[in-house]
Design a protein around this ligand. Structure first.
Ligand SMILES: NC(=O)c1ccc[n+]([C@@H]2O[C@H](COP(=O)([O-])OP(=O)(O)OC[C@H]3O[C@@H](n4cnc5c(N)ncnc54)[C@H](OP(=O)(O)O)[C@@H]3O)[C@@H](O)[C@H]2O)c1
Length: 174
């Protein structure tokens, strides 16, 4: 499983109902990283997106057994989400053999131990995020190899940001 995340340098990823920044280039990158894959996300992240993303499965974790939304596969827990993701990959022509941990904060915390890689966009801001701020869990330096793939300087209203890849040193098997 691969976590895909955009986070501020203080690890804030959103205010609980949406993102706090607008980085069009990053949205394109996320599309490329996730196309053809199942996305495991929390119900609040699903609500913030509001629809299924094309070319991918939206596997939505919720404890509400009555929850349903068009285009979403409901998962009762992480094991169920992984099983639905594997089934979708097996049943879908052109699917990639990769499960994406798509957030938000609660789902990153639950699934990170099963991730072999993290594709992170790190934005050079430190927003407060408000009372419902969601964050990405810390990555222990001893457990991950860190590569900086690309660095973008600040330009106009867009803050500086960079793409980082973290690869787990001792691989996990999902
Ligand atoms: N920057 C990024 O890359 C990025 C990516 C994704 C999201 N976000 C942001 O993150 C924020 C949302 O994160 P969040 O932490 O507030 O919420 P979240 O992780 O998206 O969703 C939390 C919900 O997931 C369900 N859930 C959590 N753990 C579960 C479990 N073990 N089993 C079954 N269901 C479980 C519960 O849904 P029920 O309440 O329905 O039971 C819970 O309320 C938003 O601001 C969003 O924009 C940012």
């Amino acid at each position: 499983m691969v976590a895909v995340v955009a986070m501020a340098k203080n690890r804030v990823i959103g205010d609980g109902s949406g993102l706090i920044w607008h980085l069009p280039a990053d949205l394109k990158r996320v599309r490329a990283l996730t196309m053809g894959c199942p996305l495991i996300m929390g119900r609040r992240t699903w609500d913030s997106i509001g629809r299924a993303l094309p070319g991918r499965a939206s596997v939505v974790m919720t404890r509400d057994s009555g929850w349903a939304a068009e285009g979403a596969l409901r998962a009762a827990d992480l094991d169920h989400a992984l099983a639905l993701s594997r089934d979708w990959i097996a049943a879908t022509d052109g699917a990639r053999d990769e499960i994406i941990l798509f957030g938000g904060g609660e789902i990153y915390a639950a699934g990170l131990p099963l991730c072999a890689r993290v594709e992170a966009t790190v934005i050079e801001i430190s927003p407060d995020g408000g009372p419902n701020a969601a964050t990405f869990p810390p990555l222990e330096a001893a457990e991950w190899d860190r590569e900086i793939l690309e660095e973008m300087p600040a330009e106009g209203d867009v803050p500086a940001y960079r793409y980082e890849r973290f690869t787990r040193i001792a691989p996990v098997t999902v």
